[in-house]
Design a protein. Sequence first.
Length: 270
Amino acid sequence: MILESPPLVNLTPLTEIHEVPIHIRNPIHPNSASKHKRLGLQMLNELSRVEMFVTRIETVGKHEETNAELARTIAHLEQTLYAYEAENKNPGHPDDQENTTGRMILQRYMIRTGLAEMFPKSSEYLGIEHVIPGGSFIEAHFRQMSSINQLVSIALQLQNDVRLTNHKYMAHQTALLYQCINQAGPQFSKYKARVEENFNALKEVSNTSEEPYLPIELQAWLSDLTTDIVADALFSGRPMAQQTPEAAHLSDYINRVSSGNVDEVADTSA
């Protein structure tokens, strides 16, 4: 019987029980980023939301859900900055935080870091005066990145559809690709000539029957073209400042946040 057999291992009797350390409140992957850096990136993320909400209200009018989300986002920004300044308060600082509201702290932070110029609609909504007019850098950057994303999407769709047995709509999709190339920015203009090179032949084959099938040469050409476009858009290694004309401001802010010099606003107007 197993119960009557001798134990495989004789355990040493315990004379005392040690406390087992518990790390239930510690993150599995510690965040090495400084609080200053995390705050800067959080401000960038949430002010992007504020800019979007304000733009939506300007475009379609006030909406209960949008207004509520906008109010919650601003309140969270103010609470976060207020808590951060309270935690890192300099005893010799002349400002008395007890007489300073979260809105005032948010306004000062945006002006000091250059976020006020990056988000002019948010700045105006929050009551920040003397913001340089001329539109939102972030809005223009996101609009350009949206065009690049659309270009990548249609290129990936073409890569998939070229493997099908029916290429009836391939010419139409390639025309959409050409249109996206025009909208994606000057770094993609080099692909226009490559589309023009074989587009007429592609269109001719697409109209030959109800279920046309592209020759191997055209399939290879289209596959190579779309592969190069996707690689250029996603894996070119270009610095953020070169992605769009407006990205220099965003890149400068992220670099300053990462280096801990977020308060040193650089001149990116040149």
